[in-house]
Design a protein around this ligand. Structure first.
Ligand code: FAD
Ligand code: PYC
Length: 416
């Protein structure tokens, strides 16, 4: 069987892959749809999938200015967890973790979800107090989280240096149900499944304007591939959300920053879990390809450049080498940046915008990959019913007007 597939692969390679079927169609945009989603990342594609699958809206299109997954979905370090402080957040992120657990089956596409455990280190007494507060709050909300001593942390991740280092490890919070998934498989899996339900996925189609009628309601968009009409538009454009929403005169409380990550040369499996250090702004896991996946904090300055300062990654690497001395001689292969959209309380915005027919899903900052299925699921509900799902009702734009902030700066962890 193995021999057969290697031969088949060879044959396809030599024949220009003519026998491979495209996983989704590449249709020309129609003049009009029942709904449009701007942004072909995991959140936008997932939203289209749930709109079609759960709400029967199949005459819809996803408009992506580049290729699908070319934004933060394809740039992130894939850490998935739900150990946020407030019950509203724990409920939203845990909704996502539960959907992750069956996503490969749901989409019939292997998204390689691996619940290998996410361990967040504490290096100071203050870190310990914050981490224990999260452990207690999560357990009260029915979300798994546990406190480990330094020795227990090392037993869970044997490469961890708990000796006398610049950043002593005083303990760790461990969410065993946390882990990783394959980022672009999430975009591809949702795209293929949405396409099969009739959703048009239109790549290389940048939205340049949002059209509105005399009452202010949306009527369509102007794109690099022409005008497309629709009475409902959902925006899932991550770091570009402010730019897109300004096309409809909507100002959002968002700031966009570069966030960087890097990968090493591939090595055999050595690293069994995910480790994050919020104080040091560094985190690490090993991909199934064998690369160490390492992330850093955000730049201190707002920017749309998709690349950050080199001092940020070198700081993260110094810290990683102290925590895991075994990696000192590893060579880094490449690094990159994405633009993350950060709200004042470090929680997302999912809801209506004040412009009839225009909905937004944004503000995930450094941590929206983990939320992809849950966020897409409740955003689809919001667009289909013109009202929030119970899980995203606390995350609408009105909370900034009413002062009902959900301050997750400590749980958002990296960067903020
Ligand atoms: P995106 O994937 O960015 O999709 C938005 C899409 O909108 C883009 O493809 C873009 O091209 C498109 N677009 C923008 N403007 C327009 C327009 N005018 N017309 C048409 N299309 C447009 N989160 C975690 O949970 N765990 C992590 O470990 C993690 N690590 C990260 C590491 C890095 C380096 C970065 C940058 C982010 C990380 N994140 C992480 C955050 C996470 O990647 C994002 O929150 C999440 O992927 C956002 O998904 P999305 O679908 O909303 O956005
Ligand atoms: O939100 O868990 C997270 C995260 C890790 C790295 C970047 N974001």
């Amino acid at each position: 069987m193995r021999r057969f597939s290697v031969l088949a692969l060879l044959r396809e390679g030599l024949a220009g892959q003519r026998g491979w079927q495209p996983q989704w169609r590449h249709p020309e945009p129609k003049p009009a749809y029942d709904a449009l989603i701007i942004g072909g990342g995991g959140h936008g594609l997932g939203t289209a999938y749930y709109l079609a699958r759960e709400h029967g809206l199949t005459n819809i299109a996803v408009l992506e200015k580049g290729w699908i997954g070319s934004g933060n979905t394809g740039r992130n370090t894939t850490i998935i967890r739900s150990n946020y402080l407030f019950p509203e957040s724990a409920a939203l992120y845990d909704h996502a973790v539960k959907l992750w657990e069956s996503l490969s089956q749901e989409l019939n596409y292997n998204v390689m979800f691996s619940q290998r455990g996410v361990m967040m280190l504490a290096h100071t007494v203050h870190d310990m107090q914050v981490a224990k507060r999260h452990v207690h709050a999560n357990r009260a909300a029915g979300v798994d989280n546990e406190w480990l001593t330094p020795q227990q942390a090392q037993a869970f991740c044997p490469l961890l240096n708990i000796g006398d280092i610049r950043y002593p490890v005083l303990g760790a919070a461990l969410q065993r149900r946390g882990g990783t998934a394959r980022h672009d498989a999430v975009a591809w899996g949702y795209a293929r499944a949405a396409d099969a339900l009739g959703v048009d996925i239109i790549e290389n189609c940048e939205v340049r304007g949002i059209q509105r009628d005399a009452n202010g309601a949306v009527t369509g968009v102007e794109t690099t591939r022409g005008t497309i009409r629709a009475p409902r538009i959902g925006v899932a454009a991550a770091g570009n959300t402010s730019v897109v929403l300004r096309m409809a005169d909507v100002e959002l409380p968002l700031e966009s920053y570069p966030l960087q990550a890097l990968v090493s040369e591939p090595v055999k499996p050595v690293f069994p879990c995910v480790v994050m250090s919020n104080t040091i702004h560094a985190y690490i896991s090993q991909s199934d390809k064998g690369e160490l996946v390492i992330g850093a904090g955000t730049d201190a300055y707002t920017s749309y450049t998709q690349r950050g300062g080199p001092h940020i990654t070198s700081h993260a690497l110094e810290a990683i080498c102290e925590l895991f001395p075994m990696f000192r001689r590893m060579r880094m292969l490449r690094c990159w940046g994405g633009i993350v959209d950060v709200t004042p309380d470090r929680s997302p915005i999912i809801g209506k915008t004040g412009v009839p027919g225009l909905y937004v899903n944004c503000g995930w900052g450094t941590g929206g990959f983990k939320a992809t299925p849950g966020s897409a699921h409740v955003f689809a509900w919001t667009i289909a019913r013109d009202e929030p799902h119970a899980l995203n009702a606390p995350f609408t734009l009105e909370r900034f007007r009413d002062g009902d902030l959900i301050d997750e700066a400590a749980a958002a962890a990296v960067a903020h």
